[in-house]
Design a protein around this ligand. Structure first.
Ligand code: AR6
Length: 179
């Protein structure tokens, strides 16, 4: 589904985050060492190739909530923003750290003059953040921050499962109305 809201475009789709060819910057749900892994990090590093890990190395280790940007190499995007989401119940306060990931990713993209960004559901896989709790942080944080930004015009949420997609669509419809 797709929404137009205050001159910005939001959409959410069920897809692979490493296949977003119409998007300037994709966000990686990274590990602290900024190396390949499972889930989102594995998909992005595999498609980008080994140069991505080389470009990441000087930035490691990340602290929970921290974000950094690199080139995208073999990915069909200009850049990758790597963020370390909180491990649910271990890195506290998890909601504030998760919000920081979304907010600082948007700010970094804006500073770079980028117009479109795609987010996965950060921390909701290996890091154990319940999806219905994470949505309540992710969407309001993005909507609130985007009002302050000029360059960024398009935000995409990329979900892996159909149930996750449905949850995002329901939440965005409640916030923004029918698409
Ligand atoms: N495209 C979009 N979403 C995906 C993809 C994909 N290719 N693969 C999984 N998801 P996770 P985290 C969904 O585990 O919880 C890694 O191993 C998945 O269903 O990738 O932040 C790293 O190395 C889930 O909803 O990220 C770290 O150690 C969401 O993306 C650790 O896991 C996030 O799942 C990071 O854990």
């Amino acid at each position: 589904m797709k929404w137009n809201w205050n001159g910005k475009i939001f959409d959410c789709i069920q897809d692979d985050i490493s296949a977003q060819s119409d998007i300037d910057v994709v966000v990686n749900a990274a590990n602290a060492e900024l190396v390949t892994g499972g889930g989102v990090a594995g998909a992005l590093h595999r498609k980008a190739g080994p140069e991505l890990a080389e470009a990441c190395a000087p930035h490691a280790p990340l602290e929970p909530g921290e974000v950094v940007m690199t080139e995208a190499f073999g990915l069909p995007n200009k850049h990758v923003i790597h963020c370390l989401g909180p491990i649910y119940g271990l890195n506290n306060p998890s909601d504030e750290l998760l919000a920081k990931c979304y907010r600082d990713s948007l700010r970094l993209a804006e500073e770079k003059g980028l117009e479109s960004i795609a987010f996965p559901a950060i921390s909701t896989g290996t890091f154990g953040y319940p999806q219905h709790e994470a949505i309540k942080v992710a969407i309001p944080t993005v909507l609130g921050e985007l009002e302050n930004l000029n360059n960024l015009k398009h935000v995409r949420f990329v979900l892996f499962g159909s149930r996750d997609l449905g949850d995002y669509e329901d939440f965005l419809t409640d916030e923004l109305g029918s698409s």
